[in-house]
Design a protein around this ligand. Structure first.
Ligand SMILES: N[C@@H](CCC(=O)N[C@@H](CS)C(=O)NCC(=O)O)C(=O)O
Length: 210
């Protein structure tokens, strides 16, 4: 099976790179740039009808959507070492946090990014409510991470690959108050100091991303 990660700069596709680096699994990578509008360049858009990162090539066909891409790679590579299944006592927590990342947390953060870039008044009631929701989500995540070292429980899994991105890359676009959530801050530090994560950063943060 030939895997190609289409790496759009500063985007969710870095999760796929991180996961493959953690698994020590082989993959090809092609780099794409964002336009000043933050949209992906046309060559990236041409890869998939929706043109949003991540896009994964599997033997010449493509799939998209972070959850699908990460679940696919986690279950088909590295002997499934980073994917929990129904036989694990942590399976329900694994599924919950895996999906919470893109279904609840990221949409809330992206809403704030769009409001900020779109010039909506900081004190607009929609933004005030949205920030209250984000604060609730961060407090909730912090409480989880005060109890366990990894979101699924005692071991590092693909759910951590899903859950780290909202606190790392997203901060480049909008302030995410990690500092006043000590368990999240410590978690992000733990994730960022993993060798697989550092290898991923060296790959995706190369000076000329295009
Ligand atoms: N829920 C989707 C969101 C995809 C998404 O919005 N990706 C962003 C980058 S992280 C993107 O491709 N933006 C550039 C564009 O749409 O042109 C997923 O997780 O795959």
């Amino acid at each position: 099976m030939t895997i190609t990660i289409y790496q759009l700069e500063r985007s969710r596709s870095e999760r796929a790179v991180w996961l493959m680096e953690e698994l020590g699994a082989p993959y090809a990578i092609e780099f794409f740039a964002r336009l000043p509008t933050l949209q992906a360049e046309p060559a990236f858009k041409a890869l998939h009808p929706l043109g949003s990162s991540p896009i994964l090539g599997i033997d010449g066909r493509t799939i998209a959507e972070s959850g699908a891409v990460i679940e696919y790679l986690a279950t088909t590579h590295g002997g499934g070492a980073l994917a929990l299944g129904p036989d694990s006592p942590d399976y329900a927590d694994y599924l919950y946090w895996f999906h919470f990342a893109e279904s609840t947390l990221m949409p809330a953060l992206v809403g704030e990014i769009m409001a900020q870039f779109g010039g909506i008044d900081f004190d607009h009631p929609f933004r005030v409510n949205a920030r209250a929701r984000i604060a609730q989500l961060l407090a909730f995540t912090n409480a989880r991470l005060a109890e366990v070292p990894f979101v699924a429980g005692e071991t590092f899994t693909a759910a951590d690959v899903m859950m780290t991105f909202p606190f790392t890359m997203t901060r480049q676009f909008v302030p995410v108050d990690v500092e006043s959530h000590p368990a999240i801050a410590a978690y992000v530090e733990r994730m960022e100091s993993r060798e697989g994560y550092m290898r991923c950063r060296a790959i995706v943060d190369r000076p000329d991303p295009a």
